[in-house]
Design a protein around this ligand. Structure first.
Ligand SMILES: Nc1ncnc2c1ncn2[C@@H]1O[C@H](COP(=O)(O)OP(=O)(O)OP(=O)(O)O)[C@@H](O)[C@H]1O
Ligand SMILES: [Mg+2]
Length: 303
């Protein structure tokens, strides 16, 4: 095929821009997506990073918050060593703009570190001060992704309850399936069913395996909890993803030919779609600021 002419190239660009603008205008207000798992090591951080890049590639402005209160993961995957985190902002030592780092035009990484835990210990006046400092994020971001630590301890629960969507990640391993079901059950019980949660199966050998694993969780939740969590999709086991971790260069930054890439893109599409559905539902629209909800949830759990 001959290379596109100048004219065709301009048209192509316009098409892409149009698509991006449409995508952005369909999402109203910042939507927050918490990535959770029962068992550790199922691929949450890698999913968060590559989904963030895929969503940014769709034209959305994405913020990725490292909300793993134990070990920071995101910066390692990007091969950077941030000196400061939200804790420094909280203590008034740094401005938020000084702790963020940007990847390309549309992706911002927020090192959370211990700062997020400290947020729960603030008095109400300081919490509001902090929320004000962070609120510009909500205006400048279409999707906020939160990478959390495994299990459902109280801070992770607060992230899930404050978010518009919870993505529960498992692998085909029986222990991971069992643990993800127990997280699903706890989430369901904690919210009396008022939670928007979807399943992702990582490290599958093919789509069929992803569906089978999801089916097991969905039928157990249908039988014992009386609800069926939607299946968002799967990601193939990919040696190139392992390499990307070793190289500290996320897959979607420069290895676009590898087998798992279309799966990340597909999931990103599903997530922005489900966010649109969220945006069109009145009850969720009235939920207000994610940060306010988060602080409220953390505060509740401290009490
Ligand atoms: N689709 C995949 N194919 C192959 N390897 C994968 C895939 N997804 C993740 N991994 C590997 O699994 C390991 C764990 O991934 P990751 O750190 O993202 O998990 P996690 O759920 O964030 O772990 P933790 O619970 O410790 O935060 C990494 O070494 C990564 O390379
Ligand atoms: Mg992690």
């Amino acid at each position: 095929m001959p290379p596109p002419t100048q004219d065709q190239a301009t048209k192509l660009r316009e098409l892409v821009l149009d698509k991006n603008e449409t995508m952005r205008s369909r999402i109203t207000g910042m939507k927050s997506v918490a990535i959770l798992s029962g068992k550790g090591g199922v691929g949450k951080s890698n999913l968060a990073v590559n989904l963030a890049l895929a969503l940014a590639g769709q034209g959305l402005r994405v913020a990725l918050l490292d909300a793993d209160l134990g070990l920071a993961n995101i910066d390692i995957l990007f091969g950077v060593v941030p000196k400061y985190n939200l804790g420094h902002v909280l203590r008034g030592e740094k401005e938020l703009s000084e702790i963020l780092f940007r990847v390309g035009e549309r992706l911002t990484i927020i090192p959370g570190g211990a700062g997020l835990r400290e947020m729960a210990d603030l008095d109400e006046q300081r919490q509001h001060w902090m929320i004000d400092r962070l609120s510009f994020l909500e205006n400048d971001t279409d999707v906020l992704l939160l990478d959390t630590s495994a299990g459902l301890h109280k801070n992770v629960l607060a992230f899930a309850l404050a978010s518009d969507l919870t993505v529960l990640v498992t692998t085909p391993e029986p222990t991971a399936i069992r643990d993800s079901y127990s997280v699903l059950k706890s989430l369901w019980q904690a919210t009396k069913g008022d939670i928007n949660v979807g399943l992702v199966v990582n490290m599958v050998s093919d789509r069929n395996e992803g569906e089978m694993v999801a089916d097991r969780i969905i039928s157990a939740s249908g039988q014992f909890l009386g609800f069926k969590a939607p299946y968002l999709g799967c990601v193939l086991w990919d040696a190139a993803l392992r390499d990307s971790v070793r190289k500290r260069r996320p897959l979607l930054l420069d290895n676009l030919d590898s087998v798992s890439v279309p799966y990340f893109k597909e999931l990103a599409g599903k997530i922005s779609e489900s966010q649109n559905e969220v945006a069109s539902g009145a009850p969720v629209l009235q939920r207000g600021s994610f940060l306010r909800r988060l602080v409220k949830q953390m505060f509740k759990r401290e009490a």
